[in-house]
Design a protein around this ligand. Structure first.
Ligand code: SAH
Length: 650
């Protein structure tokens, strides 16, 4: 199934939507989807056109599907098959088309409308829970159209209240969600009582947010404006009176681990009944259940497995030896005689939750008419189970300005739950970030911490974007993340990794001065922090001798000043002192400075850590302020050249 359908009825609309269809699959990654085979991923956006547009679509080299009914009949048939629809049609027409199909914002798909002039992308419907706002931002970036989001929380730079817990796998519970959302829209104070789950989302709110956390102390009450809505974040199932003046709603982080023991052949219905009974009697939300834990012997218990599949709960199995080490309130000698551990349900619940205290001690449940007997105990984990497969997106953000980031990289940044990178680079891409995203900037020296943090969050289930300037795999974070994954026995698939290339400093520098990299070239970093200096010296000598054009990264810092002198002297031994040299500093940033000089004179200009140095080869020349390395076309006879051209296929 394709998650997104792009639909148009006109040739102009087709041209407008074409870039979306070309940029898949990476252009519009799906959030939280298990996508371990991403390298072979099917297209995630499908273009649907009316029959009259086939010729035009083929001319544009697009893959497409044709709907041969009326558009309204097509939509009716495909409404539930797609997570979102991007229309290039008049918004009025779209409103009329979708009106009969809309049900509820919890189930409606995302609807985005793009105008034919490709000026705007409007999030029309399903903005929050349908993912429409996020899709609109991605479409806006890919089409270079202005995204229009009219949701109230967006204007306030706040995460939408009804999608707040989605990244962490929280389940949206019962309550007056409409009442709470309208209080948010009015910018009224909202009280948050969080009893479980991560508080990461709280740490990334804008300074002037509207939330009040917890209940104020009695003496402080007068200092607080009274809240206009309340949100509980808790494993407890609360029942709110529909007549209450204060609208209330609840999120349930999945923190409860059920320990289950049962007789062989116990009915699925009995296990389900026992679990529901334990939850209801203890005011625990079924939505807060993370999963089930039991003895390894029970790993093939049919009724249990059927129930797990139906509920989409994971199963953790432990052997008797590990369960008998757990201290439990109700050990049993009979159980020990049967399965070599005095406790199954209680011990398994505690072990799965990583806790030392149960919230529900074991109960044995039987029911007339149902086969078997079930024991249930429940323990609460500190960290919620997200139920998601994490993804690591290693992203090159180019040299500086947003215009130099690839559309696929932009879409991946918008899509991420978490963005991690060096603070300066985060600042450079800030306009791409959206409310509710967790953004963690770390100082330049903390690359390892950045990589570890990203891996931890992805292992937990989040989609994490790790950003590096330029290309992420050229003296960037990609290698470090891969090295650390490898060091921790990564299976190559979970978390799933995708690398998004970026324009590296050497390409940016080359573009600014002409075409210095037209022949064989190499990059050498002069930083000896991770590479021994003798190794760097050898590479410099070899590159100089073998007549490579060379791009020097990290040429000089405040304390490391002699490496660049060695490099220059090394090249002088093999090249003319007049060999062109480009000093490109802060490329595509406001303080950009480009200097075209020579080997002989390069030290009469400043060089620092923000500079990339390009040294030409023996045939490089400068011409009227441009740096050109000939490939040799003009040196050959016309005949030889045309033959060569055929061979090399430019
Ligand atoms: N991953 C980056 C390189 C990071 S190493 C890339 O692919 O471009 C850091 C070095 O890159 C700096 O010392 C400098 O030599 C070079 N560099 C990075 N961004 C630059 C920019 N905007 N202008 C000039 N040089 C840059």
């Amino acid at each position: 199934m394709s998650p997104i359908a792009a639909i148009t009825t006109t040739p102009l609309g087709l041209r407008c939507l074409a870039p979306l269809c070309e940029s898949s699959p990476e252009g519009l990654p799906r959030n939280g989807e298990r996508n371990v085979k991403h390298r072979k991923a099917a297209r995630t956006i499908q273009l649907w056109i009316s029959p009259g547009l086939q010729h035009e679509a083929a001319n544009l080299n697009l893959s497409y599907c044709v709907y041969d009914t009326s558009l309204s009949a097509f939509l009716q048939a495909h409404w539930r098959k797609y997570e979102g629809f991007v229309f290039c049609l008049a918004s009025g027409a779209v409103v009329r088309l979708i009106a009969p199909l809309l049900t509820d914002k919890t189930v409606d798909p995302a609807i985005v409308v793009v105008d034919q002039a490709r000026k705007v992308a409007i999030s029309l419907c399903g903005g929050h829970q349908g993912g429409g706002d996020r899709l609109t931002l991605q479409v806006g970036q890919l089409l270079e159209a202005q995204p229009i989001l009219t949701g109230a929380a967006n204007g306030l730079e706040l995460p939408a209240i009804d999608t707040l817990g989605k990244p962490f796998g929280w389940k949206q519970g019962t309550g007056d969600w409409l009442g709470v959302s309208s209080a948010v829209a009015k910018q009224a104070p909202i009280q948050i009582i969080q009893e479980a789950g991560t508080d990461l989302w709280q740490k990334h709110l804008p300074k002037s947010h509207i939330f009040q956390f917890g209940f104020p102390e009695f003496k402080d009450r007068n200092d607080f404006p009274s809240p206009q809505a309340r949100i509980w974040i808790s494993p407890i199932q609360r029942t709110f009176s529909p007549d209450a003046a204060l609208p209330k709603a609840q999120w349930h982080p999945r923190v409860l681990w059920l320990g289950i023991g049962c007789e062989r052949g116990t009915d699925k219905a009995l296990i389900a009944y026992a679990i529901e009974k334990a939850c209801v009697e203890n005011h625990l939300a079924m939505d807060a259940i993370a999963g089930v834990a039991t003895l390894s012997l029970k790993a093939d218990e049919v009724g249990l497995l059927e129930l797990l599949q139906e509920k989409n709960w994971p199963l953790k199995c432990f052997d008797a030896d590990s369960l008998k080490k757990i201290d439990v309130p109700n050990p049993s000698e009979i159980v020990e005689q049967a399965v070599q551990t005095p406790s199954v349900a209680e011990a398994a619940a505690l072990k799965a939750a990583g806790s030392s205290q149960l919230c529900v001690q074991k109960h044995i449940v039987k029911q007339p008419g149902l086969t078997g007997a079930v024991t249930v105990a429940i323990a609460q984990a500190q960290t919620e189970y997200t139920g998601r497969h994490g993804q690591l997106h290693l992203i090159g953000t180019g040299p500086g300005s947003l215009s130099q980031i690839t559309p696929a990289a932009k879409a991946a940044i918008i899509n991420a739950d978490v963005v991690i990178g060096y603070t300066l680079y985060i600042d450079l891409i800030r306009p791409l970030l959206r409310p509710g995203q967790i953004v963690e900037g770390l100082p330049i020296t903390q690359e390892r911490q950045r990589a570890e943090r990203a891996i931890d969050l992805a292992r937990w289930g989040l989609t994490v974007a790790v950003i590096s300037s330029g290309d992420c795999g050229i003296y960037g974070m990609a290698g470090l993340v891969f090295e650390q994954l490898r060091a921790t026995d990564w299976n190559g698939e979970v978390p799933a990794v995708q690398v998004f290339p970026g324009v590296s400093a050497l390409q940016s520098a080359a573009a600014k001065v002409g075409a210095p990299l037209m022949h064989d070239f190499c990059a050498i970093s002069l930083s000896d922090l991770l590479t021994p200096w003798p190794v760097i010296q050898n590479r410099l000598r070899a590159a100089a001798e073998a007549d490579f054009t060379v791009a020097l990264y990290n040429p000089k810092s405040k304390t490391r000043t002699q490496q660049i002198v060695f490099a220059r002297d090394c090249f002088l031994q093999h090249r003319d002192p007049k060999t062109p040299v480009a000093l490109a500093r802060s490329l595509y940033r406001p303080d950009e400075r480009i200097t075209l000089t020579t080997l002989q004179e390069m030290f009469t200009h400043p060089i620092d850590m923000l500079t990339t140095v390009i040294i030409g080869n023996r045939s490089s020349q400068s011409h009227k302020g441009w740096f050109i390395t000939p490939r040799g076309y003009l040196q050959d006879s016309v005949e030889a050249r045309s033959q060569k051209t055929n061979e090399e296929s430019l």
